[in-house]
Design a protein around this ligand. Structure first.
Ligand SMILES: Cc1cc2nc3c(=O)[nH]c(=O)nc-3n(C[C@H](O)[C@H](O)[C@H](O)COP(=O)(O)OP(=O)(O)OC[C@H]3O[C@@H](n4cnc5c(N)ncnc54)[C@H](O)[C@@H]3O)c2cc1C
Length: 492
């Protein structure tokens, strides 16, 4: 905090916020420098602010505008694309102080602050027999604001839809401090352009979400689980195809390859490889039809010559939790994770591409997938050689080929984690120059000075960012509490 501009900025902010909620020392701001992607900018932010009221958020936005200082909003920092990376010499606005949760059972909605933790919202809803459906594997830590801004998916989304499907209305503070209210509390509503949907998934580029009205659904009283043991990635893909074509809409279809099972066994002390061989597909049904649906799925899998095993409730919960949080960090290899998604019909083809790319570049694979949605998180691993200080070039080349393979199959570069700062190099390949220009023009309407998330996917320099910047990142969705704590991402 040495420059006159930074001092004037902090003085302005301190006029509106308590001094304990304004952090400026290198030690205090350090935990806020990067998200779970772990790639900070060269210089730290000038200040981290933790507003407690919407008015304080507005005051911070006005200070940012007055002093022309960039601002990045931060939930818990579990994001995997660098979208919450602190802007050099700028402001990080943490939403930790805005975590209120109100449940309105009559309307089946939750009205929450952006800093409310996803699982806390769900737990509060369940006290009224309701459920907040979108459940990213990070839901124990992630915030609703972060979920909204990345349009997070999760394990239940195959049945209940992603975050966008659950957001009815938003309160948004614009870069100049104005407060905008979008959407409606009624289940239906079509008045005007759908700015709520526009803000969802905008990665903090359009405004600061300070409140959200979320749709709740009846909590299912019954959940059933089966697991399919497979001999290969291709067979896992076939199992997913059978489930998708069964006529049943399951509430979870997750794929774990052999590398992932080995990782979980090593980290969580399980015997998944011994029990399931080269792969596992985890399938759940829920609600009043859970029993008949799971039996229909088991019969369809059996008819297709696949080995399905029905689990009791406790085992079902255990497998579900192992998928969410059972994996550990990869320490002996350079690791890079992706988040591509392909049309459901192309899942088997994409899995074959992943195996071929890994073989071509002498890499190992650890893949998990929200397979029912065609959303894959393949991790590519290059064993670390003695004295090696940089990831090998072949890892970058393989990542590039993997993303391009997804695009060639009609897919997308990001199914749920967002583009952030790390995937900008592929943006034009998916959107094209014309659409990027239009999206930048939309941002300019909301944020004419370009202060919010200045290094985001809409940054001017997008085309110049090398795709290889992701290579030092952690393995996507490593699901490892200690690693996140060490990175300052979640509270210890
Ligand atoms: C173990 C693990 C598992 C994961 N599993 C999943 C998964 O299953 N599905 C999935 O989609 N993602 C998953 N993720 C990624 C991540 O958890 C999600 O992207 C999540 O939505 C981020 O929430 P957050 O509160 O940590 O947001 P942050 O990482 O802090 O921020 C993410 C983005 O949201 C913006 N933002 C945050 N709050 C606001 C606000 N109030 N207003 C405007 N912008 C805001 C930030 O600026 C940034 O652009 C996983 C991550 C980990 C580490």
């Amino acid at each position: 905090m040495t420059t006159p501009r930074a001092s004037a900025l902090v003085t302005d902010i301190l006029a509106a916020l308590a001094s304990d909620d304004v952090l400026t020392t290198p030690e205090d701001v350090a935990p806020y420098r990067s998200d779970a992607a772990g790639v900070p900018t060269e210089r730290p932010p000038a200040v981290v602010v933790i507003p407690r009221t919407v008015e304080q958020v507005q005051a911070v936005a006005r200070a940012a505008t007055r002093h022309r200082v960039p601002l990045v909003v931060r939930g818990t920092g579990t994001g995997l694309s660098g979208a919450a990376t602190a802007p050099a010499d700028g402001i990080v606005l943490s939403t930790a102080g805005l975590a209120s949760i109100e449940i309105h059972p009559g309307d089946q909605v939750a009205v929450v602050g952006p800093g409310a933790v996803t699982d806390h919202v769900d737990a509060a809803a369940r006290e009224h027999g309701l459920m907040y459906a979108p459940d990213p594997a990070s839901s124990r830590w992630s915030t609703i604001g972060g979920n909204i801004s990345t349009n997070a998916g999760g394990l239940r989304c195959v049945k209940y839809g992603v975050t966008r499907d659950a957001v009815l209305a938003l309160d948004v503070v614009l870069a100049d401090g104005r407060l905008l209210r979008t959407g409606h509390r009624s289940v239906k509503g079509v008045t005007g352009l759908d700015l709520t949907a526009l803000v969802v998934g905008s990665e903090g580029t359009l405004g600061i979400v300070v409140g959200a009205t979320l749709r709740l659904v009846p909590a299912p009283a019954r959940v059933r689980t089966l697991v399919v043991s497979t001999r290969s990635l291709a067979e896992s893909g076939r199992a997913v195809d059978v489930v998708t074509g069964s006529g049943v809409r399951p509430s979870c279809v997750e794929l774990l390859d052999r590398g992932t099972l080995e990782n979980i066994d090593g980290h969580s002390g399980t015997d998944l490889v011994a029990r399931h061989g080269n792969g596992l597909v985890l399938v759940r049904t829920d609600g009043p039809g859970a029993d008949v649906e799971i039996e229909t799925l088991a019969a369809a899998l059996d008819a297709a010559g696949l080995r399905a095993e029905l689990l009791d409730t406790a085992e079902g919960e255990r497998y579900h939790e192992l998928r969410r949080t059972g994996r550990g960090p990869v320490t002996d290899s350079w690791a890079a994770g992706e988040d591509v998604a392909v049309p459901r019909s192309q899942l088997v083809a994409m899995l074959a591409e992943i195996e071929a790319i890994a073989a071509r570049h002498d890499l190992e694979v650890q893949a998990v997938a929200h397979a029912g949605d065609g959303n894959l998180h393949p991790g590519l691993l290059a064993r670390r050689r003695d004295g090696e200080t940089r990831p090998p070039a072949r890892l970058e080349v393989a990542l590039d080929e993997l993303v391009r393979a997804a695009l060639a199959l009609g897919g997308t570069i990001s199914g749920e984690h967002g583009i952030g700062t790390l995937k900008r190099g592929w943006l034009a390949d998916e959107l094209g120059a014309e659409q990027i220009a239009l999206q930048r023009a939309v941002k300019a309407v909301f944020d004419p000075l370009g202060l919010l998330a200045p290094d985001s996917f809409l940054a001017d320099a997008a085309a110049a960012v090398p795709t290889g910047s992701i290579v030092n990142g952690p393995l996507t969705e490593a699901g490892e509490d200690e690693a996140l704590v060490a990175a300052g991402t979640v509270p210890a």
